[in-house]
Write a protein that binds this ligand. Structure first.
Ligand code: SAM
Length: 254
């Protein structure tokens, strides 16, 4: 077994809190899938969750973060992974007059809902097996989605995205401080309550379900660093300043 393979075996069982996560942190995580990741539930439920996420109003901020990373390139080539309904890419296209964007997601129904744009291409793509040549993109961005991947797949996404792109930006929920982890169900209720009053519980319950699972599956920065090392020890990780509850990591190869 090579050194990298043995690292991969360890990484598959690494807790979301990172290699040195505490006892409590290790217990407050789950392998339960979100509705978004299930193909045995009506697609309507998945689309409801993604539409509710789109109401969270983080796309413009995320688009500005992405564009800042390619500010020195006249017409940046950007690949978005896990784009859902493509609202982040739509913002990027709105904010940058010459950027071109390839907008992708694993879910074909979501990809079919993405609005057409003359500088955009849409495709079904798995973030862990990217169908593109080396250095095809100046930036690969994966927003609010990385926690969907278990460690065994997450390191592959880092390996793949840094193979085909100069920079790989991951924006995601940050894992809560350990003492707050047991409060996740209550936090989920607080997040979902306003929507439940507006739209009714049948719309908001799937969102609540996925919000709670997302918080339990979120990675700590130490875990992201370990995943990058498992992909290739040469990969650099830079954490950008951001307000909680988010983490922004930029992965790149020397
Ligand atoms: C929470 S949504 C985020 C949507 C959007 N990026 C945003 O910022 O709101 C997560 C998305 O990740 C996608 N996803 C999950 N696993 C994936 C994978 N292996 N490859 C690509 N996309 C994936 C899901 O289909 C879903 O659309």
């Amino acid at each position: 077994m090579t050194e990298q393979q043995s690292c991969v075996v360890d990484i598959e069982t690494m807790p979301r809190g990172g290699p040195s996560a505490s006892w409590l942190d290790r217990r407050m995580q789950t392998d339960v899938l979100e509705y978004i990741d299930r193909y045995d539930v009506p697609d309507r439920i998945k689309q409801v969750v993604i539409s509710e996420l789109d109401r969270q109003d983080w796309h413009e901020d995320n688009a500005r973060t992405a564009l800042a990373l390619v500010a020195d390139i006249d017409s940046p080539r950007i690949l978005e992974l896990g784009a859902g309904h493509g609202k982040l890419s739509a913002k990027i296209l709105e904010l940058h007059p010459t950027a071109t964007v390839t907008i992708t997601d694993l879910d074909p129904t979501s990809v079919a809902t993405i609005a057409a744009h003359e500088r955009a291409t849409t495709r079904v793509m798995d973030a862990t097996a990217l169908d593109a040549a080396e250095n095809s993109y100046d930036l690969v961005v994966f927003a609010m989605s990385f926690h969907h991947l278990p460690p065994a797949q997450a390191w592959r996404a880092i390996a793949e995205a840094t193979r085909i792109g100069t920079k790989f930006l991951v924006i995601d929920l940050a894992r809560l401080p350990t003492p707050m982890l047991p409060l996740i169900p209550a936090l989920g209720l607080v997040i979902a309550a306003p929507g439940a009053f507006r739209k009714g519980p049948l719309t908001i319950l799937p969102f609540l379900h996925d919000a709670i699972i997302s918080m339990l599956r979120a990675y700590r920065p130490q875990a992201l660093t370990a995943l990058a090392a498992a992909a290739d020890p040469a990969i650099r990780v830079e954490f950008l300043p951001v307000r909680p509850p988010l983490v922004r990591a930029v992965f790149s190869r020397p």
